[in-house]
Write a protein that binds this ligand. Structure first.
Ligand SMILES: [Zn+2]
Length: 371
């Protein structure tokens, strides 16, 4: 996918021309560098569109989008072709699926249907979301993606696949549930995709969308072309005549911190469950109460406020916990072992055992008393 150069004439999603350009730099929540990106904030819907200024291309088709995470590992190019697809998202995704399932289960009756649900996972890569949902609900999934290696796995798991590099969504097929998980922010024309997906939804069909939150995760990297706040996404879905059943914040599993994913806050992502508008059904629908930013000064202040709050409240706290935990294990392994080493080397005895034996018996007595 080659991106169009310098085409910042309108908001990617609502297509409004009422916007301002801004540049954001921050040490701990870096933005997209001004040398390569034009960022525009849409004063109509409140979303941010990122436009690249150089010859930048992303390849989702040949898997290099996912392989970019292993660039530091030395693997022979020939080997890379035959290695199984790298799925760096699997642990992260697992908790994501549980969260998605819980949200859908709680707020829609889609999963209580007595017949099989027709499900489309748009940008579903390897079909693991479908595989997870299938264990819990009666579902028939189709996985649509650009990545042929992912689709090969989805196909081997027994799902219908649509290779979006060659094929469009079928015109004659409608779905009860469409999931769009961390996909919308990668798309050059998100409005077009939302309208296409709307056509594929059955009457009262459910659309589940999850994207990174502009105020909860950094505007990082080469691959995200839009950034949304919860209200910005709500506004756009309401404008496209979707009705919102439920929306909120979600985040990656905090265990991912150990895999170098530091930007985990309670508001890392936003999700929206919406229904194809049907005036006949009466539900309590949400409306957007948008706070729009007038100029770049106001927006940058807000970004700095949210990012610094997250860095203090979540990220630094997690690092501090890790430091203390490592110090605890360091002292347990190092000091008694050092004593033992010295005593066994020079005095032919074990010191730490003698030292900790009284403590051990005290602990046993304590537990006996408790029983
Ligand atoms: Zn807009």
């Amino acid at each position: 996918m080659r991106l169009s150069k310098n085409c910042y004439k309108k908001c990617r999603i609502c297509e409004s021309q009422n916007y301002f350009l801004f540049d954001f730099k921050n040490l701990y929540f870096p933005g997209k560098e001004i040398q390569r990106w034009n960022n525009i904030y849409c004063k109509t819907c409140g979303s941010v569109s990122h436009f690249v200024t150089d010859d930048h291309s992303i390849s989702y088709e040949n898997g290099s989008y996912r392989d970019r995470n292993i660039k530091n590992i030395k693997v022979d190019n020939q080997l890379l072709k035959v290695l199984p697809p790298l799925d760096p998202w699997s642990i992260q995704s697992y908790k994501r699926w549980i969260n998605i399932y819980s949200n859908l289960k709680k707020y829609t009756d889609a999963f209580n249907a007595s017949t099989y649900l027709d499900h489309l996972d748009y940008g579903g890569y390897n079909g693991f979301l479908s595989h997870a949902l299938e264990q819990l609900v009666q579902i028939k999934s189709t996985v649509a993606d650009l990545d042929k290696r992912g689709l090969l796995i989805a196909s081997s798991l027994g799902y219908k696949t649509i290779n979006l590099s060659y094929d469009n969504l079928p015109k004659d097929k409608k779905y009860d549930l469409i999931t769009l998980i961390h996909v919308l922010e990668h798309i050059e024309e998100p409005k077009k995709i939302l309208l296409d997906l709307k056509k594929c939804l059955k009457k009262n069909g459910i659309l589940y969308i999850e994207v990174p939150n502009l105020f909860g995760s950094p505007m990082l990297g080469d691959v995200h072309l839009s950034s949304f706040t919860l209200d910005a996404l709500k506004n756009n879905l309401l404008n496209l005549d979707f009705q919102i059943i439920k929306s909120g914040y979600s985040h990656s599993d905090k265990g991912n911190f150990d895999f170098g994913i530091h930007y985990i806050s309670d508001t890392e992502n936003v999700y929206i469950i919406c229904i194809k508008n049907d005036k006949l059904i009466k539900l309590e629908f949400e409306t957007a109460k948008t706070k729009l930013y007038k100029d770049k000064g106001e927006l940058i202040r807000k970004l700095n406020y949210e990012y610094s709050r997250i860095s203090i409240k979540s990220i630094s706290k997690m690092h501090l916990k890790k430091i203390l935990l490592h110090l605890y294990y360091f002292s347990i392994f190092f000091f008694p072992a050092l004593m033992d080493f010295m005593f066994s080397r020079f005095f032919n005895g074990t010191f730490s055992y003698l030292l900790f034996k009284p403590l051990k018996s005290l602990k046993e007595k304590f537990f006996l008393l408790k029983k």
